[in-house]
Design a protein around this ligand. Structure first.
Ligand SMILES: Nc1ncnc2c1ncn2[C@@H]1O[C@H](COP(=O)(O)OP(=O)(O)OP(=O)(O)O)[C@@H](O)[C@H]1O
Ligand SMILES: [Mg+2]
Length: 237
């Protein structure tokens, strides 16, 4: 679904260029639930944005569903992103003057049939425990309710891929587990998830962890469902 080839990203800085990504190559298949982990500043957000068509790499290629993302024109890329990719951020990014229901509807690409999506919005409100809060504005919600609203907004367009940047960073463990359970349900239904996370909250749900250190992937785990390569030497004890 996503193929990242030798992706580099440099940022200009007073002390010379910062190399946020230093040659990242990775393939993510449809149906995976991938965690990206690593210390602060190692390039996790930069990688997530590059995967989602929001940050052009300085070098290398990112393809999504077989299309070279950064070879597309900006309008083509924006359209693809709006239709196929849902984002969830650490700080929710809800529109303060819209209600929960309206914030969720705002996740639809422009030109969508809002009437047809209405039933889906009601289902999401129920599944995410937001029915009672549908008419509330974000300022009056708890942190868990805000993040579930942000999740519903990402899910309403039925995206092929969800990219989430520390979606549970502001939540207590119970609310964090609930967000991961909803992401896992979406994955079980055929979606693909890439989530930046600290700690091990996501571990019960992920199929693979990518460890990023100083812009490079290190010892990426083998996907749990992939058979062990028979050609690989058996490690000696
Ligand atoms: N727009 C930018 N301009 C300049 N430098 C940037 C920019 N965005 C990121 N960087 C730098 O690139 C490096 C990687 O940043 P990034 O935000 O990807 O890290 P991160 O792993 O997500 O960190 P955190 O866990 O703190 O969110 C950092 O050194 C950061 O300062
Ligand atoms: Mg970050």
């Amino acid at each position: 679904m996503i193929v990242c080839e030798q992706v580099e990203r440099c940022f200009p800085a007073a002390t010379g260029a910062v190399r946020a990504l230093a040659g990242v190559s990775v393939s993510i298949a449809r149906g995976e639930f991938v965690a990206i982990k690593g210390p602060s500043g190692c390039g996790k957000t930069t990688l997530l944005l590059a995967l989602g068509g929001m940050q052009r790499p300085s070098a290398g290629r990112v393809s999504f569903e077989g299309r070279d993302l950064y070879a597309l024109s900006a309008p083509q890329r924006n359209r693809l992103r709006a239709e196929r990719i849902g984002f969830v951020f650490q700080l929710f990014h809800l529109v303060p003057y819209l209600t929960v229901r309206e914030n969720i509807l705002a996740g639809l690409p422009t030109g969508s049939d809002v009437g047809a999506a209405a039933a889906r919005v009601e289902t999401l409100l129920r599944q995410l425990g937001l029915r009672e809060r549908a008419a509330a504005r974000p300022g009056t919600l708890s942190a868990g309710e805000r993040q579930r609203t942000a999740l519903a907004r990402a899910l309403v367009k039925q995206p092929a891929l969800i990219l989430a940047d520390e979606p549970t960073g502001n939540l207590d463990p119970a609310n964090a587990a609930e967000v991961f359970r909803h992401l896992a349900a979406y994955q079980q239904a055929g979606g693909t998830v890439v989530v930046v996370t600290h700690g091990n909250d996501a571990a019960p749900y992920t199929t693979r962890t990518l460890n990023l250190v100083a812009g490079r992937l290190v010892e990426a785990d083998r996907p749990v469902n992939t058979p062990v390569n028979a050609d690989q030497p058996i490690p000696s004890l």
